[in-house]
Design a protein around this ligand. Structure first.
Ligand code: NIG
Ligand code: MN
Ligand code: MN
Length: 324
């Protein structure tokens, strides 16, 4: 059970609204199926997906980015509510939003860590909605704590991102230090850090960061390699990565997509993914790896255009929930 102060807030049912039936057709949408939860102590009796919001942009602020990702999780729910259900038998649960009080990012991350640990212990697959990319520290470490409690097993991280997010932690974590933060924690425990990034942009990362990535043995492919015309090469590289690990954790930073599809982020770029590439890769990894958790990071509704980025994020959640 979580003993730290209560940072989890139930979301408003008003976010989960959409179309009712179409005339005589008995239609089903996410807003019909979602069940709002009061707390994290729910044991699943059947396969379940647990949505958990990380309504935090303190890490983005500390990283000198554009604030606004605090409203990311609710913007995703609002668009997801209106997506029709297809081939989805699992229970769909919404556990609310974790927030950050008094700019205390570290406590919010620690809370999220306990939360994903608890969901996994209860048999619920977590899809965590952000929020700045510091989301992955708490979300990944909680999943890792669960796997560790069951025995050994290496969990690789697959990040879809324009950035390495391997900045050194000078004195505090930020959204730009998150994979360094994980690396240091794992190293302390003598565990290996297995990290693969798709979508790295040369113009989004300093030369020094490429050197850090190399020192840490990071696997990556650039945005120009991440194209449909190159999909078999990408799949081969992923296969090699998957062969080294036992489980896979997926994180999707929306700024990895082209700003034509994802303008609502702190650090947009026109040179990122087109959505179909990501869909094909997600389908591939779901068939070839045991995915144990995931998150969607960096949605900033303040800079979104007609909800394009929120809709993209919602479609990713729907797709991940079907794959699982
Ligand atoms: N999580 C974001 N990380 C990026 C942001 C880049 C930017 O603000 O330009 C980074 O620190 O590299
Ligand atoms: Mn990024
Ligand atoms: Mn990132």
């Amino acid at each position: 059970m979580i003993e730290t102060k209560e940072l989890l807030h139930k979301v408003s049912a008003a976010l989960w609204q959409g179309r009712e039936n179409d005339g005589s057709l008995d239609c089903e949408y996410w807003h019909h199926r979602i069940r709002l939860q009061e707390n994290l102590a729910l044991e699943s009796v059947s396969p379940s997906i647990g949505l958990l919001g990380y309504a935090v942009d303190e890490g983005v602020r500390r990283n000198q980015g554009r604030e606004g990702a605090i409203n990311g999780p609710d913007a995703i729910r609002n668009r997801l509510a209106k997506i029709p259900i297809h081939n989805q038998e699992k229970d769909l649960l919404d556990f609310g939003n974790i927030c950050c009080e008094d700019r205390d990012l570290e406590t919010a991350q620690a809370y999220l860590r306990k939360a994903t640990h608890q969901l996994k212990t209860n048999g619920i697959f977590p899809i965590v909605l952000g929020g700045g990319h510091d989301i992955t520290y708490g979300s990944y470490m909680g999943v890792r704590d669960y796997i560790k409690s069951k025995g050994e097993g290496k969990i690789g991280i697959l990040n879809f991102d324009a950035h390495f997010d391997l900045r050194p932690m000078v004195d505090k974590p930020t959204s730009g230090t998150v994979f360094n933060q994980i690396y240091y924690d794992l190293r302390k425990e003598g565990e290996e850090f297995e990290y693969f990034v798709l979508g790295i942009q040369e113009q989004g990362n300093s030369k020094a960061l490429f050197d850090v990535a190399k020192d840490l043995g990071t696997d990556f492919m650039t945005n120009f390699e991440c194209e449909l015309s190159n999909i078999s090469k990408v799949q081969n590289r992923l296969k090699q990565f998957i062969n080294k690990i036992d489980y896979l954790y997926i994180t999707i930073d929306l700024d990895g997509f082209s700003s034509a599809y994802a303008p609502g982020v702190s650090a947009p770029s026109p040179l990122g993914f087109e959505p179909k590439f990501v869909w094909i890769v997600l389908d591939f990894v779901a068939k070839n790896a045991e995915v144990v958790g995931c998150d969607i990071a960096e949605l900033n509704p303040k800079f979104d255009i007609d909800n394009h980025t929120a809709s993209l994020a919602a479609r990713l959640v729907d797709f991940l929930a079907i794959q699982k």
